[in-house]
Design a protein around this ligand. Structure first.
Ligand code: KG4
Ligand code: ZN
Length: 376
């Protein structure tokens, strides 16, 4: 079973071929990130235009690298949401067209669910062996998944393939988005996650005590789940997150250090901060942001006793997150290769394989629509 995966939900044009949901045959990613860096964030129109430019060569390259002709491909999987409308359209239209012309079944993939499936890849084609470090086995169900990216922050319990419950999610900014915004305030380059992580290396994580936001909305799904099973020990009211508070606290701290009032333009603060002050802010923010998600993951681990834990999405590349998680969760957490944590076609192809192998419904290539606000 070989599936071609296509991913264009944000600023990466990506395609990959995966065999049987476990073996990576190719993984091609073209990014327009450099074009967005000048603006400090993704500009949707620029992203969509680059996808149009890259989509055909990226797909051709993915087939070529996998040493596959169309005859070797059993289906096409494509991200249809969530993401930027103009970006999603390019991938979905390419996949629909190819599905019709090449007569291949089409699988519509939820981007966030796809991130989790990057963790199911355990092998590579010989040529890729030195490029990717794969875990030795796929995660065992039930899987607790912490999905942390530029657009999402969610805790999801997968009881099996296609049988999952959303335990909690962010009420406002996603964790990666908060990294990106904090980086902008202290003048570190986009994307902010890797910049903050690198500046934090020389900073003091206890220099500032940014608050951890409390979320106290009642979560119906969680209540239903709890009423169906006995539980004991400490349980949070919910597994939701919020990052707008800590992000604003960073802005206030920067204003205070610089002796400026709240109406001072935030874009001018960075030039008044020293490298040491930036490193301290980066390290303190990273500690709190990571603790926020790890605290809830630990409580969910205690309540649901999963057999494995996966961390998925771009922020899963963060070493401090990996460290705190392995220090506090008594399970050997296996990680996808860092190159498979940020957006890629391999994760989409992998979930496509599982859909195909489990006879999940296919999408109609004549009518599949994008869903920019798709949720789990
Ligand atoms: O999954 P992804 O590539 O795209 C989305 O679906 O959003 O995630 C991108 C996000 C960005 O916010 C980026 O700053 C963050 O992941 N990121 C990191 C790191 N590498 C990427 N955040 C923290 N530490 C990192 N090392
Ligand atoms: Zn993503």
């Amino acid at each position: 079973m070989r599936i071609l995966g296509i991913e264009t939900s944000c600023d990466e044009t990506a395609a990959a071929v995966v065999e049987d949901g476990k073996k990576l045959l190719s993984n091609v990613v073209a990014t327009s990130m450099e074009l967005h860096a000048a603006y400090g964030g993704v500009v949707p129109e620029i992203a969509a235009r680059s996808h149009i430019e890259f989509i055909n060569p990226v797909i051709e390259q993915a087939l070529h690298d996998a040493d596959c002709s169309w005859d070797d491909i059993d289906g096409i999987a494509v991200t249809y949401g969530a993401g930027l409308g103009g970006s999603l359209l390019v991938g979905v239209l390419a996949a629909r067209t190819l599905s019709i012309i090449k007569q291949k079944p089409l699988y519509a993939i939820n981007h966030v669910e796809g991130h989790v499936y990057a963790n199911f890849l355990t092998e590579t084609a010989p040529l890729l062996a030195s490029t990717y470090q794969m875990p030795s086995a796929p995660p065992a169900f039930p899987v607790l998944a912490l999905i942390v990216s530029g657009g999402h922050t969610q805790l999801v319990l997968f009881r099996d393939h296609f049988d999952f419950v959303l335990l909690g999610q962010t009420h406002d900014d996603a964790i990666g988005e908060a990294f990106d915004k904090v980086a902008k305030v202290i003048g570190l380059p986009y994307p902010g996650g890797p910049s903050i992580a690198s500046a934090a290396k020389t900073g003091n994580p206890d220099a500032y005590q940014f608050p951890k936001a409390k979320t106290n909305l009642v979560n119906k799904r969680l209540e239903e789940l709890r009423s169906a099973r006995p539980h004991q020990g400490e349980m949070p009211l919910n597994y939701d997150f919020s990052f707008s508070g800590p992000k604003t606290a960073v802005l206030r701290a920067a204003q205070k250090i610089c002796g400026k009032s709240h109406d001072f333009p935030s874009s001018q603060l960075a030039e008044l901060l020293s490298a040491a002050q930036k490193a301290d802010i980066a390290a303190s923010f990273q500690r709190v942001a990571v603790e926020t998600v790890v605290d809830k993951a630990v409580l969910a681990f205690q309540e649901f006793n999963p057999s494995s834990l996966v961390i998925a999405g771009g922020v899963a590349a963060n070493q401090e997150l990996r460290k705190q998680m392995s220090d506090r969760i008594p399970l050997p957490v296996q990680y996808a290769d860092i190159k498979l944590c940020t957006d890629n076609g391999a994760m989409i192809a992998t979930l496509g394989c599982y859909k195909a192998m489990n006879n999940q419904p296919t999408a109609d290539p004549y009518s599949l629509e994008i869903q920019p606000n798709l949720s789990m």
